[in-house]
Design a protein around this ligand. Structure first.
Ligand SMILES: Cc1cc2nc3c(=O)[nH]c(=O)nc-3n(C[C@H](O)[C@H](O)[C@H](O)COP(=O)(O)O)c2cc1C
Length: 264
């Protein structure tokens, strides 16, 4: 969604008087980072980061900006604040498929956004991009991205955790290749698009300590608690926030911030 934070807050139905109302925080640690709480806003709502100043007042523990596919969008992302939500940046490519050009696009976007991000997510969940967690060359994409992450750490001294966002697939089916490579290729975690708690639990067990961010179908505190009970470190909402605005955040964090959102 483009536009100024003021316009955007009206579009999102965010009443400025509601913003800034303090929500108690329950810090959660994931990927070596402390998050103010376990609830985040999923990618797609704020494609460029222009809304972060508005969203910072809503109570999210993190906001995932993107999907960023072009360098100009990455340039607009605001620096993460010392307080307020952590900023994830979700990256992709405007091209279809997963060939060498697309892999180069992902690597370029990682470099563009790394200094503005607390973590970066390589999006493999877009239904229109003709690529997913099982695409041929997904192993090469992950290896190249981890090389970029590690080179930036060596040369610039900052480590920005790298995750992939993938559809979880149906229970009992083989894990998507991108998930099966997560540990051996050195990813820091997975954003799993799935509402099946058994699938989430199975992926968490497989990831064996890597962070899992659960997204899809979360609207209530009970939904969020179930994902965390299944092993998710963090949860994200999209549709619930579009429909319910800040009230949807309070419904999950609750007046005492929701014991279920305090992580494990
Ligand atoms: C209109 C719309 C745009 C979206 N754009 C993106 C996007 O740019 N990048 C991305 O990773 N996910 C995108 N998503 C997916 C959401 O981040 C989220 O994974 C999905 O909506 C499931 O969560 P929910 O059930 O809370 O809506 C989009 C979803 C919708 C409905």
């Amino acid at each position: 969604m483009a536009g100024s934070p003021n316009t955007a807050s009206r579009v999102a139905g965010i009443d400025r008087q509601e913003m800034g109302r303090p929500l108690p925080s329950n810090p959660v640690k994931a990927m070596g980072i402390e998050f103010p709480n376990a609830l985040g806003l999923s990618a797609g709502f704020d494609r460029t980061g222009a809304l972060v100043p508005v969203l910072a007042g809503v109570g999210f523990g993190h906001v995932e900006v993107g999907t960023v596919t072009v360098p100009t969008a990455a340039a607009a992302i605001v620096e993460p604040a010392r307080s307020g939500p952590r900023i994830g940046v979700n990256i992709g490519s405007a091209r279809l498929g997963l060939d060498a050009h697309v892999i180069a696009d992902y690597c370029a976007r990682y470099r563009d956004v790394a200094s503005s991000a607390d973590y970066v997510v390589a999006n493999l969940s877009s239904p229109y991009a003709d690529r997913d967690g099982n695409s041929r060359q997904v192993d090469l994409l992950i290896r190249r991205l981890t090389e970029v992450r590690d080179a930036l750490f060596r040369n610039c001294g900052f480590y920005v955790p790298l995750l992939v966002k993938v559809e979880g697939g149906v229970r009992g089916s083989p894990l998507p290749t991108a998930i099966s490579l997560a540990k051996s290729c050195g990813l820091d975690g997975v954003v799993l698009v799935s509402s099946c708690t058994r699938r989430i639990a199975a992926v968490c067990e497989y990831l064996d300590g890597l962070a899992l961010i659960s997204v899809s179908g979360i609207a209530t505190l009970e939904d969020a608690e179930a994902r965390i009970a299944a092993g998710a470190a963090l949860v994200q909402i999209y549709t619930a926030f579009v429909r319910g605005g800040p009230q949807s955040v309070r419904a999950i964090l609750g007046s005492d911030c929701g014991a279920g959102c305090s992580g494990q």
